[in-house]
Every structure is written in C-alpha cells, then in structure tokens.
Design a protein around this ligand. Structure first.
Ligand SMILES: [Zn+2]
Length: 259
C-alpha cells in the first residue's frame, strides 16, 4: 500500500483520463491520494473528486504564488472550507521566491495566516518551498514557538530538495519531509541526501502533474508513479519496497489523521 500525499488531480492535465489515472494508481498499490489546493476554486474541484472516488482527500489553502492577487475574503473562504469533512489539511501554503520577489511580504503574511488557521483547526499543514527555506522555517518556528512539546503540530514540507541539515531542522520542528520524483533524477544529488532522513519522517509525494520521476521525467506525472519514488527510497535506505510502503503510509495516515 502506497499513499501519494500530494497530487493536483483536479487540474486540466487530467481532464481526459482521470478515471484511468486513478485506476492505474490502484493497480500500482496507491490506495489514498491527497489533493493540495492552489486557490479557492481548486478546493471546490477537489471536493467534487472526493465525492466521486474513494480514497481521495482534499486540502484548502492559497498557494504562495497566488497570494500576490489574493484577498482576505479568499482567505476567509479557505478557512470556511476547512470545515468540510473531506478537507484533511491546510495546504499548500509556504513561500516561493523563485520567479517573483516583488511580494515576499504578502507571501509571508499569508503563510502566517495559514499556520494560525492550522493551529486553530488542529489540522496538519503542507508547506511549499522554493528558494525560501530559511524564511519558511523561521516563520514556522516563530508561529508555533520553539517549545519542546510538539503541541499537536503536524505537517509536511513537500517536494523536499534541501540539505541533510535542513531535513533535520524540519524533523526537529515536528514535521515530516515529502520526497518526490526529484529523488530519482541522477543529477539532483537528492538520493544521497535522503539517506540521513529517518524513514519514519518521510512521506511520498508526486506533485502530479509536475515533476514526474524517472523513467517518465519530463512527461505528465500521475499518482501511480509514486511507486518509482518508493523504489528509489528503498534502494537508498537499503530496505525492501514493502518496508518503505508500510512505514511511509503509516506516517502519512498519522500526519493527516486518515484511516
Ligand atoms: Zn503542489
């Protein structure tokens, strides 16, 4: 059993073959798929899919790149959607400094709002990070405090590509690391760096339709391919695929409170 904790199945890239993609996921052993939000309409689309298919779960948040234009009423809509029983997490929130540095302050402001929402609703939170790790972890630690008690904080730093020191800081802060297709890219160096992360602090992500693992690099990604991520982790950790599947699925179920 595998869990893809991060797939944007509601996007147009799945318009033509969504059912087939979900069937392929089942055949690959992927029993649960979590659908992180980008904006308010994406939460509604994710909730429709949760009604249609078993084993799907939604999240609610404004993606950091959306916060340039987002309003406080958009955030209020996200907060209201967190009451839906299909919504299992706040996500994806975070910081993205890759393309546009003109609204860092707005990104940080919305990040703090999302963290407070997760704390208030006792929900886990999924963080997106691109070239912003030091600000992201600092704000997370500021908002949650540095107390040794984990006080219920749960969540994922998804599509992690950082250093072993950064992974250790995520784990220290009470969160888990989401590993995706980049671990299979020969030139990324991530495979070596994941060896130091305890297996039980890792969950699997695809970030479908993006970041397809080898041997599908450059193609559309889909939840079935999370298996290639699990296989690569098994190789690096020198454990069986079954162990990777079992341990990462147990962690995902704990973090997201799903059965
Ligand atoms: Zn994503």
């Amino acid at each position: 059993m595998l869990i893809d904790t991060h797939a944007h199945l509601y996007l147009d890239q799945f318009e033509d073959d969504l059912e087939a993609a979900i069937d392929r996921a089942r055949e690959a052993g992927v029993t649960r798929i979590l659908l992180p939000a980008i904006d308010v309409p994406s939460v509604h689309r994710a909730l429709e899919l949760c009604e249609r298919f078993d084993g799907l779960y939604a999240m609610a948040a404004l993606h950091p790149t959306e916060t340039k234009e987002a309003t406080s009423s958009d955030f209020d809509a996200v907060a209201a959607l967190c009451d839906d029983p299909h919504v299992v997490a706040v996500g994806e929130s975070g910081l993205d400094y890759y393309r546009d540095r003109s609204f860092d302050d707005r990104q940080q402001e919305f990040l703090r709002l999302h963290i407070r929402l997760a704390m208030d609703r006792k929900l886990p939170i999924v963080f997106h990070n691109r070239e912003a790790f030091s600000d992201l972890i600092r704000i997370v630690e500021e908002e949650w405090g540095n107390s040794k008690e984990m006080d219920g904080r749960r969540g994922v730093f998804h599509c992690f590509t950082g250093t072993p020191e950064e992974a250790a800081r995520i784990v220290q802060a009470g969160f888990v690391v989401g590993i995706g297709g980049i671990v299979t890219f020969r030139n990324a160096g991530l495979a070596e760096r994941v060896r130091s992360i305890p297996l039980d602090r890792i969950v699997l992500v695809t970030d479908a339709p993006w970041l397809a693992p080898m041997p599908y690099r450059g193609k559309r990604n889909e939840p079935a391919y999370v298996r290639f991520v699990a296989e690569r982790l098994a190789l690096e950790k020198e454990v069986s695929l079954e162990e990777v599947a079992g341990v990462t699925s147990r962690t995902a179920r704990e973090v997201f409170g799903i059965g």
